[in-house]
Write a protein that binds this ligand. Structure first.
Ligand code: UDX
Length: 471
């Protein structure tokens, strides 16, 4: 595929015209409507956000150099070898390498020199105290401070604590001194893994925070060039842009904990949580998204951002009730999932053969960071179970974290001689598994479906003792 989305993606977006609310200012100035392509951009970091952003910007017509300090990874990417499991990303990287709109480098200082806009997209992992580890970010700042010019714009894409953009501006401008001020713009990222390319071209909103109007407009134009359809562009302050990312992820985590808790209530009442969620979601104030039950929320963002938000509130002297409760609720829900499996194997995991279907934190990704599947499996292992597992994409990533687990070649192999199966990731292929054959391979057919992915009637027809969450 040479040109995966370009024609579609380069259609000029219309602009939502919304009244200004609070500090957010909906950009509705016709002078800024023309998308500009051909901006020279440096994206620092070729992780998930950096690489998707670099590919998206190149696809939108900009010329992008992506800096990755890991030499092997940079060389692989320059060869078009994309190891991230992300739909359409390898095709888009390769198409833009061929067009020479995308290149990779390991040298930060020299890559920055000729660029108009510099996007910082390095990872900001959790620190040991649940705060944000800014080591990589600060290293980048230190190098940028030696080469940056006031006519360039620095954009922070990494998820960073509120106040980081202001601190970054001070750091960069200390060294520049009298020759001018480098504008620092906050542009948080809302991409979901597995639909990141779609999300890039169809964002629900683009948030651009900064005090230098000209710099903010440059970033707005940079992004607008790639919009496939109208999207609200919120121009606001750095601090609001930084906080919105945390606020959104904590809210999503809250919805997920809400529905997962509701599933426990539904269990006790013998009613189907899916029917309750569907009916709730028809209320336009609530909506239907993020109401699917699972073993708990996970991934590289929601748990980490929740922790960072709680840590930030503590620093501010605010005694939060809700956010810590979300964390606690997610832990208890994981424990509830374990209890369900304990229930079907007769109360004791010792020596029990458990087959785990799914390891990734959600389907269509190979990411196992904070995966609820691994958390649940760790409990089985700690209590003496023998665990075999299959995941269509995440086995290589999971194996070092759970070395005691035998990885199987197929999902059906997981069923062979298993005392119970537990479905932990909602891969569609589990829905169409040959369940009759799985049944034949098990001495006693029992399954806990922690994603409510399968039809209880179908599974019972196949002779399974089927247990879902709130079904
Ligand atoms: C999330 C945010 O959605 C995204 O905006 C942000 O930029 C990064 O963090 P992601 O980590 O890719 O994205 O995962 P997401 O799709 O939001 O799912 C998070 C967790 O919630 C997963 O464990 C998923 O399985 C779970 N989930 C999601 C449910 O259990 N039910 C749902 O209905 C939706």
């Amino acid at each position: 595929m040479d040109n995966p989305v370009s024609d579609h993606a380069r259609t000029e977006a219309g602009q939502s015209r919304m009244p200004a609310t609070g500090n957010a200012n909906w950009l509705a100035d016709p002078a800024h409507e023309a998308p500009v392509t051909g901006t020279r951009v440096c994206v620092i970091g070729a992780g998930f956000v950096g690489l998707v952003t670099a590919a998206g910007l190149a696809q939108s017509g900009h010329t992008v150099v992506c800096v990755e300090k890991n030499e092997q990874k940079a060389a692989e990417l320059a060869n078009g070898d994309v190891s991230l499991y992300e739909r359409d990303l390898p095709e888009m990287v390769n198409a833009n390498l061929r067009r020479k709109r995308l290149s990779f480098s390991t040298d930060l200082a020299s890559s920055v020199v000729d660029q108009d806009v510099i996007l910082v997209a390095v990872s900001t992992p959790p620190s040991s105290q649940g705060q944000v580890d800014l080591t990589a970010f600060d290293e980048v700042l230190a190098t940028l401070a030696t080469v940056i010019r006031p006519d360039q714009v620095v954009v922070i894409k990494s998820t960073v604590p509120v106040g980081t953009a202001r601190r970054a501006a001070e750091c960069l401008n200390r060294t520049i001194g009298k020759t001018g001020q480098v504008p620092v713009v906050s542009c948080p990222e809302f991409l979901r893994e597995s639909t990141a390319i779609y999300d890039y071209f169809h964002p629900a909103r683009i948030v651009v925070g900064g005090s230098n109007r000209e710099a903010v407009d440059r970033v707005v134009r940079l992004y607008r060039a790639g919009l496939a359809e109208a999207a609200p562009i919120v121009v606001t302050e750095n601090e609001i842009a930084e906080l919105v990312k945390y606020a959104a992820n904590v809210y999503l985590a809250m919805r997920l904990s809400y529905i997962n808790e509701l599933s426990a209530v539904c269990d006790a009442l013998h009613v189907a949580v899916g029917d309750v969620a569907y009916t709730m979601g028809l209320d336009r104030r609530i909506g239907s998204k993020y109401l699917a039950v699972g073993p708990g929320f996970g991934g590289s963002c929601l748990p980490k951002d929740l922790d960072a938000y709680i840590a930030m509130a503590e620093r501010l002297g605010i005694d939060l009730v809700l956010a810590p409760a979300i964390r606690e609720s997610n832990q208890r829900h994981l424990a509830r999932t374990v209890q369900k499996v304990r229930g079907v194997v007769g109360g004791d995991f010792k020596g029990k053969r458990i087959g785990a279907l799914g390891l990734a934190f959600k389907a269509h990704t190979h990411d196992v960071r904070s995966s609820p599947a691994l958390a649940v499996i760790q409990v089985f292992l700690s209590e003496g179970a023998v665990v075999r597992a299959f995941d269509p994409a995440a086995m290589a990533q999971a194996q070092p974290l759970i070395p005691q687990v035998t990885m199987c070649e197929t999902a059906l192999d997981v069923a062979t001689e298993a005392d119970a199966l537990v479905l932990l990731t909602e891969w569609p292929e589990f829905q169409v598994l040959d369940w009759a054959e799985a049944r034949r391979r098990m001495p006693e057919a029992r399954i806990v479906d922690a994603r409510n992915l399968l039809s209880p009637e179908m599974m019972r027809r196949h002779g399974f003792l089927y247990v879902g969450l709130g079904q």
